[in-house]
Write a protein that binds this ligand. Structure first.
Ligand code: SAM
Length: 288
């Protein structure tokens, strides 16, 4: 038997779109089950918050803010500022919780991440069951966008799979550090019609420049760009993007490499922490 899908009528399409938007924005939750909102908050500038994210913040009875460990004090401060600026309802609460530090000794990388996620899942489970009523709405404020080098979705799925607390959840997108980097340098992410790789400092050697003409590097504790020896490589680097301390440097890698290393080391010393991201490129656009 062949099933042919009938196209939706204009009214059906409107109803289905409205239902989807209701689910993603202001309504839903409070329908007999806890609701979790995983909200992307942008990467440092409170003005990165989308209207959808602001509406979601105001839908939450409890706002969960990570404080220690991997999340530096300054990042918690941006989250607090976002709540102070955008939460207009007076009956919601903020609950801060400490994120454990990942244990690295005596385990493989995958084993260490798995153990870390399991411990965070236990914390989330406690937060959901102790801080949220059975029909309550809780929000996790995720740096940048939850889909990019962030495990909140994975951990929430893990909590769901354990089956101890019943809930449903939605994800609301945010502005990533990658978008902020490109905007600050006023560059497109990709060369015309070309792919892009997003990777970590640890794995950069696997891609650029042999396999990828554009590589974006995040989570780089070793400044992997210093080992790239290619006269045609360009770098677009940024630290503390979106914040008042933002620093950006760009140029031919061979020419600016040392300046980035010195600037980064000095900033890290001054601030006590650093978050940076960069894009490496080889080749130019047709219209450049
Ligand atoms: C755990 S990942 C989180 C990424 C985040 N979900 C996003 O959408 O950008 C942290 C990495 O993102 C990058 N990053 C995040 N915010 C940044 C910022 N404001 N300035 C520079 N790099 C940033 C850095 O490479 C950092 O090591």
């Amino acid at each position: 038997m062949t099933l042919v899908a009938e196209p939706l009528s204009r009214e059906e399409l409107a109803r289905s779109t409205a239902k989807r938007l209701r689910r993603q924005t202001n309504e839903g939750g409070g329908e007999g089950m806890r609701k979790i909102l995983i909200i992307g908050i942008g990467s440092g500038n409170p003005e990165h918050m989308t209207v959808q994210a602001i509406n979601a913040l105001n839908r939450a009875d409890v706002l969960f803010i990570p404080t220690k460990g991997a999340n530096k004090t300054e990042l918690a401060e941006v989250r607090r500022e976002i709540c102070a600026r955008y939460v207009t309802r007076s009956d919601s609460r903020t609950v801060e919780f400490a994120v454990p530090v990942r244990r690295t000794e005596g385990v493989s990388y995958d084993g260490s991440v798995d153990d870390w996620h399991a411990r965070i899942a236990t914390i989330y489970e406690g937060l959901l069951s102790e801080e949220l009523g059975e029909e309550g709405v809780g929000a996790f404020l995720v740096w940048g966008d939850p889909m990019l080098y962030d495990s909140t979705i994975r951990i929430i799925e893990r909590v769901r799979a354990r089956g101890q607390v019943a809930f449903e959840y939605d994800v609301l997108p945010g502005i990533t550090s990658l978008q902020t980097l490109c905007a600050s340098h006023r560059i497109p992410l990709n060369l015309v019609g070309k792919p892009v790789e997003i990777t970590t400092g640890r794995r950069l050697h696997e891609s650029f420049p042999e396999k990828s003409q554009t590589s974006v590097v995040m989570l780089d504790g070793e400044q992997a760009f210093q080992r790239i020896d290619d006269p045609d490589a360009w770098i677009y680097w940024g630290a503390y993007l979106g914040t008042p301390d933002e620093i950006v440097i760009s140029g031919r890698l061979a020419d600016v490499k040392d300046r980035i290393l010195e600037t980064r080391a000095a900033a890290r010393e001054r601030m006590g922490w650093i978050m940076d991201i960069y894009l490496l490129r080889k080749g130019v656009d047709f219209d450049e």
